[in-house]
Design a protein around this ligand. Structure first.
Ligand code: NAD
Length: 323
């Protein structure tokens, strides 16, 4: 049987580069489209067709859709830093909303059947309960989350009139690196906790902990850290469900387990054998005390479950940091 062709936008980035490997490993032909604004060409495996282009550029998109008979799009391309989105909202709406509109237009024109979208837990609003199901209140607190929620709606509306089928995947905290050491997290500047603690350990500098007076077990924020390879397995399960005729859906991709900042620091100390120096700073505006997925729906409908724990996440991220 002929292999299906999947277009991965943002395939030179952190999660996208892992997904390229997961798709190739599952027998798909993969094409990467990325403007390299935050991604890295060297994270795309040799032999995978790479097109440098911007999703806001209809001509560049049309050329890729004309060159391949693309069966599915897995869409990671976008800007991702919550704090930056507050300062530069127009860049975020331009890249994440206007760019994704152009991609959808090109995909619909090329009669693409399946669309898998990187959404985020940042679409949820404040909640009294620590675990978020897909039915939790949608009230993003920043332009980044708002841009993702707008896209969720736009994709769903597009599907109604075109027959496109979609999966909206709301990730919690993607972390860790590939088991074979060929790719990992590489953001400049880095805003995510685990690589920042690892860099602090390497450089023998303190790690800033924002707030130690939250109503949590040790006063620091609790998050749901999901290994990037588990995340990619979730995307594969979602894509295969669409291919098997399942209806469109929205799913949390998380482990369902929460770890505090101090838990993560202790895990880093255990893996690296080094002491982490902590510098406590005031709370940052907008940080929720606790943000943990209820991943029940993905388990029941997609048959997917995250299986790697915090130690494995930190171990793989440390190996990548040292490479
Ligand atoms: N990292 C996380 O924890 C997390 C959590 C929730 C959701 N997400 C979403 O997952 C996706 C991937 O995140 P990541 O951590 O891999 O980010 P990343 O910055 O490593 O990757 C994004 C990729 O998209 C490319 N890109 C950006 N704008 C583009 C444009 N206009 N045209 C073409 N390419 C463009 C970048 O060059 C980069 O390679 C993003 O959409 C992000 O919002 C990430």
């Amino acid at each position: 049987m002929k292999s299906k062709i999947v277009l991965v936008t943002g395939g030179a980035g952190y999660i996208g580069s892992h997904m390229v490997r997961a798709l190739s490993g599952a027998g798909y032909r993969v094409v990467v489209f990325d403007n390299l604004s935050t991604g890295h060409r060297q994270l795309v495996p040799r032999g995978v067709p790479f097109h440098k282009g911007d999703i806001r550029n209809p001509k560049a998109l049309a050329a890729v859709f004309a060159a391949y008979k693309i069966d599915a799009v897995v869409h990671f391309a976008g800007l991702i830093a919550v704090g930056e989105s507050v300062v530069q909202p127009l860049s975020y709406y331009d890249n994440n909303v206007a760019g994704s509109l152009r991609l959808l237009e090109a995909g619909v024109a090329a009669k693409v059947k399946c669309f898998v979208f990187s959404s985020t837990a940042a679409v949820y609003g404040p909640s009294r309960t620590p675990r978020f199901s897909e039915n939790a209140v949608l009230a993003p607190g920043n332009p980044y989350g708002a841009s993702k929620l707008m896209l969720e709606r736009i994709i769903a509306d597009t599907a109604l009139s075109t027959g496109l089928r979609f999966m909206l995947l709301r990730y919690f905290n993607a972390s860790g690196a590939s088991a074979d050491g060929s790719t990992g997290e590489w953001h400049e500047p880095e805003t995510h906790l685990i690589p920042n603690i690892l860099r602090a350990v390497r450089n023998d500098t303190p790690i800033k902990v924002f707030g130690d007076d939250y109503p949590t077990k040790d006063g620091t924020c609790i998050r749901d850290y999901i290994h990037v390879e588990d995340l990619c397995a979730g995307h594969l399960a979602a894509l295969k469900a669409l291919e098997a005729g399942s209806s469109s859906g929205v799913f949390n991709l998380g482990t369902g387990r929460g770890h505090s900042v101090l838990d993560v620091i202790r895990a880093v100390e255990a893996v690296t054998g080094k002491k982490v120096t902590v510098s406590v700073k005031p709370r940052r505006p907008g940080d929720a005390a606790c943000l943990v997925a209820d991943p029940t729906r993905a388990r029941k409908v997609l048959g997917w479950k995250a299986c790697r724990g915090l130690t494995e996440i930190v171990r793989s991220a440390w190996a990548w940091e040292l490479s």
